[in-house]
Ligand binder design. Structure first.
Ligand code: GAL
Length: 362
């Protein structure tokens, strides 16, 4: 029996043959891409942060360029809504799904339906856990992201030169996002020796992952926690805050301002971040947030589209790590892009890459 992927591969090669003969197959554009490559459903987690808007646009643009129709949906940080959206895409008969999960463990049921319908499933940026029905993973080297944030703190505080002791508080991402652990583990691999050696001290004592997570990466949630900690340990001036994501960093900075930080006698601590969101890059330029990790999500969109296009055309996609990303049921072959640490000294890279214009950063 021919499955959908084989049929599509056949259709694509027929299209190639026809166009080689000067005859086009039906490439009518319904406003969301041409039709010979099939239709791809894209389920993104939220519209509340710049990066996911860029991700959505980029995945669509890259798929369209390869001749696919696209259906892009946003789950607005509601796991149930995301499941319903994916269910609808499965019913509509998409050929592939690209999914950035809101809750990585909530998708088992719907992905079973996708598998029964022979739909290719790509986990986008966030690994989908606990199911065999996920075919590929495209992301950045997430552990490296955490290492870069920690490296920034170590360098700025001069920990590697023996300076200290300094006070630090630790923040982590959403507990239902598999990336959270990678970022945290990456950071702690570098910070733990300084905590052990007491060059770094955590006034709140909260160093375990389950004590420092931030549900749905929500800035105001992080702000509340930072406020609580700053009130309780008011006597201990903070020198650094490990933050895994720009939205959290902005919440943290807001709490720090509330508690009188940001003056000559009480300078802001070093605050890390991730995603190079416009507001945070401006904050870095203004000397508030110290660092972010830039992940060019336009390249991630391209990587996801390439995997889809390869598989639907019967080719084996390139993967960087075939066995390292285990989802509790199986290793999911992973394409991993490299992140870049950005601070005040090198933010121009974002302009050079056309990620932002000089004007946007003003
Ligand atoms: C993670 C992602 C980060 C950040 C965060 C909050 O899954 O890897 O780059 O975007 O979600 O949206």
């Amino acid at each position: 029996m021919l499955d959908r992927r084989t049929v599509l591969a056949g259709a694509a090669s027929l299209a190639l043959t026809l166009s080689a003969c000067g005859l086009e197959s039906d490439t009518s554009d319904s406003g969301s891409g041409s039709s010979e490559g099939g239709t791809v459903g894209i389920a993104m987690p939220t519209r509340s942060s710049d990066r996911w808007l860029t991700d959505g646009k980029s995945v669509v643009a890259n798929l369209k360029a390869k001749g696919y129709k696209t259906k892009l949906v946003y789950g607005d940080d509601d796991p149930k809504a995301q499941v319903a959206q994916i269910e609808k895409l499965v019913k509509e008969g998409v050929d592939a799904l690209i999914i950035a999960a809101i809750d990585n463990k909530s998708l088992n049921g719907v992905l079973k339906k996708a598998a029964d319908a022979d739909i290719l499933v790509i986990a986008y940026d966030r690994l989908i856990m606990g199911t065999k029905n996920v075919d590929y993973y495209v992301s950045f080297d997430n552990e490296m992201v955490g290492r870069m944030q920690a490296h920034h703190i170590i360098e700025k505080l001069g920990l590697d030169k023996g300076k200290g002791p300094f006070n630090i508080e630790l923040f982590a991402g959403s507990p239902d996002d598999n990336n959270t652990k990678y970022f945290f583990d990456g950071s702690m691999a570098l910070l733990q020796p300084y905590l052990d050696g007491k060059q770094l001290v955590v006034p709140s004592g909260q160093t375990e992952l389950d004590k420092i997570t931030t549900l749905r990466w929500d800035g105001p949630t992080a702000e509340k926690r930072m406020n609580r900690v700053l009130s309780k340990y008011a006597g201990q001036k903070l020198d650094a805050v490990l933050s895994p994501y720009d939205g959290i960093s902005r919440g943290v900075l807001s709490a720090l301002h509330t508690h009188g930080y940001g003056t000559a006698i009480k300078p802001l601590p070093i605050v890390t971040g991730q995603d190079a969101e416009l507001e945070s890059v401006k904050s870095i330029i203004a000397g508030q947030q110290s660092e972010t990790v830039y992940k060019d999500v336009r390249k991630l969109g391209d990587a996801a589209a390439t995997v889809v296009d390869d598989v639907l055309n019967g080719r084996t996609p390139w993967v960087d790590n075939a066995i390292g990303y285990k989802n509790g049921v199986k290793p999911v072959p992973a394409v991993l892009l490299q992140p870049t640490s950005v601070d005040k000294s090198n933010y121009e890279i974002l302009v050079k890459d056309d990620y932002f214009t000089e004007d946007e950063l003003k």
